[in-house]
Write a protein that binds this ligand. Sequence first.
Ligand code: ZN
Length: 241
Amino acid sequence: MSSSPTGALVLFSGGQDSSVCLAWALARHDRVETVGFDYGQRHAVELSQRGAVRAAMAKAFPEWAARLGDDHMLDIRSFGAIGETAMTTERAIEVAENGLPSTFVPGRNLVFLTYAAALADRRGLKSLVGGMCETDFSGYPDCRRDTLDALQAALGLGMGRDYPIETPLMWLTKAETWSLAKGLGGEALVELIVEHSHTCYLGDRKHRHAWGYGCGACPACELRAKGWDAWVADGRPEIAP
Ligand code: ZN
């Protein structure tokens, strides 16, 4: 099955960024599957929105529905237990002395991508797609393209074939991520992502803002609101994918 793999496996959390990545992959690859990771997040809301985003995308874009394959959920709670950060315990979200937000689970993307590569091998999928981004850098060293290039090399050496790690958001601002969404699927895709994707660290889906659901005050909401406002102020432009 893995002798001549095609298609892509999207690291898909149900958040804004990975939802745009899913659309990007569906526009580009003939076969797309998704993978999510349960590492014991304090709030499971983001993961529960995964199905909603997938279903809404398949309904709104029939040509993508034909390409959208299985969804996989991998339990890596033992990794989450090591993290012991604000995402997995009730500790407040704050910026630690090392400059990293307390939501940071060290090496999280290294683990996600290694699991994803093993799954992609089993599923006969060629590339891995992730929403990692350096531009709105939150201090996550495993989001940097240098890190991913090194991991890509390690995966190729250690697993005997290349696993290209595609990161369509790497050099985009949060405002430009909305531009890319519009370029991929017009305002219909933007609206779908606003309505169904989730980003809030506190798991709030009670408060609906122009940019989507969230508490409006946590770092994830602030980042999303700021990006949305900048995109709207700029006249809701689009970027061709
Ligand atoms: Zn929030």
